[in-house]
Design a binder for this molecule. Structure first.
Ligand code: SAM
Length: 262
């Protein structure tokens, strides 16, 4: 069966990498793992041998003959588009202690999948994903680096993102154009209340024009005097760019701007 480029089908063929990914999970029989895009079952085969239950979501029905051999009491496969399924409803059929999500993600929809999972409102204990190396660099970037941007802050607001396993392109069939990285995402909890929709719209504005200063990007819509005071209190002058500002400082600025109106 030919791999479908349009569905991002690059199948993992290195057994050691597969074992290393699966070994990132410490699960019991009371846990549930969701695998996104099982493909020909490279990860599914090993994941289905863990004590937890496994639920796989694959959009390509043509893979049924290959995947059906992994189906069992403990391993179910649903043929649906991950972006269209209501995960909260699906997992209601399961009783579990901890929820884990894993996938060698179709690269053309990596960010939409992450946004979909975050918006699902599910309480996820850990996620492990294979993504393009350059995307992993963006997701785990630190402030003041060129990879740091809106998506870094969005994702790191909800999760601590760490790069775990480098995977060269030769470990896939067909061979993609770029290398990959396995990343691990562990949830973060905040003790303050923030209107997330408004905060992320503020961040999008801060990064609107990459080469411009924060002042250029924000002063027409937000009270610049308030922002300037917070910057100065943190020993930054008003010519800073968004990529120089940490999440903690963005939150401090946002909360100061919208004090009492959150
Ligand atoms: N897990 C397999 C492996 O590691 O060899 C396959 C990984 S391949 C990079 C991505 C998989 O995601 C493919 O099987 C593809 O058909 C599936 N896929 C693509 N778009 C999808 C979607 N919207 N929903 C669910 N699965 C999708």
């Amino acid at each position: 069966m030919k791999a479908k480029k349009s569905l991002g089908q690059n199948f993992l063929i290195n057994d050691t990498i597969i074992e290393n990914i699966v070994s990132l999970f410490y699960v019991t029989e009371n846990d549930l793992i969701i695998e996104i895009g099982p493909g020909r079952g490279a990860l599914t085969e090993k994941l289905s041998k863990l004590p937890s239950r496994l639920l796989c979501i694959e959009v390509d029905k043509d893979l049924k003959p290959v995947l059906s051999k992994f189906e069992s009491e403990n391993c179910k496969i649903i043929y649906e588009d991950i972006l269209k399924v209501d995960l909260k409803t699906i997992v209601q059929n399961y009783q579990y202690d901890n929820l884990y999500i894993v996938g060698n993600l179709p690269y053309y929809i990596t960010s939409p999948i992450l946004e979909h999972l975050i918006k699902s409102g599910l309480n996820i204990n850990q996620m492990v994903f294979m993504v393009q190396k350059e995307v992993a660099d963006r997701f785990s970037a630190k402030s003041c680096s060129s990879n740091y941007g809106y998506m870094t802050l969005f994702l790191n607001y909800y999760y601590n993102v760490t790069s775990e396993i480098f995977v060269p392109k030769k470990d896939f069939n067909p061979i993609p154009k770029v290398d990959s990285m396995v990343i691990k995402l562990e949830p973060r909890y905040h003790e303050f209340y923030i209107n997330e929709q408004k905060y992320f719209s503020f961040l999008k504005n801060a990064f609107r024009l990459k080469r411009k200063t924060l002042k250029n990007n924000l002063s027409s819509q937000y009270n610049w005097q308030t922002i300037k005071e917070v910057l100065e209190a943190n020993k930054l002058n008003e010519n800073v760019r968004a990529e120089q500002i940490t999440q903690e400082l963005f939150i401090e600025i946002y909360l100061k701007l919208f004090e009492n109106q959150n």
